[in-house]
Design a protein around this ligand. Structure first.
Ligand SMILES: [Zn+2]
Length: 124
């Protein structure tokens, strides 16, 4: 997988913390907003000199963006959440691992244009 990464303005909440990764092998772009959890996968096809776009997956009314890092891991995991139900399910899974095994775990949401970041480890 070869990707070209950049940032753009989120089409959902207008945050500048929206990453775009373009996979040059599959011709797919992955858009993820770290502020609100907006998520979109778009496939690009070149046919007869024209570029056709096709949306493969989209979370256009996100619940939030969950970001965590395990203590033994070198990288963060960022997950776009489509609903509160998804968030609760994810929390249950992570709590089974034990909160002591996380270096950080935050939920970022944008509600009525205002961003809130909840630190889940400080809540206990
Ligand atoms: Zn956003």
């Amino acid at each position: 997988m070869s990707t070209v990464s950049s940032y753009t303005t989120c089409p959902h909440c207008s945050s500048d913390e929206c990453s775009v990764d373009f996979d040059t092998h599959t011709n797919e772009s992955y858009l993820l907003c770290y502020a609100c959890g907006y998520y979109k996968i778009t496939a690009y096809e070149n046919k007869e000199g024209k570029t056709n776009k096709r949306v493969i997956q989209e979370i256009n009314n996100p619940y939030g963006c969950f970001d965590f890092k395990m203590k033994e891991s070198v990288s963060h995991t960022v997950i776009a959440l489509s609903s509160e139900r998804d968030y609760i399910k994810l929390l249950r899974k992570l709590k089974k691992l034990g909160l002591h095994s996380f270096e950080c775990a935050t939920l970022s949401r944008v509600i009525d244009g205002r961003r809130t970041i909840t630190d889940l480890l400080s809540k206990g």
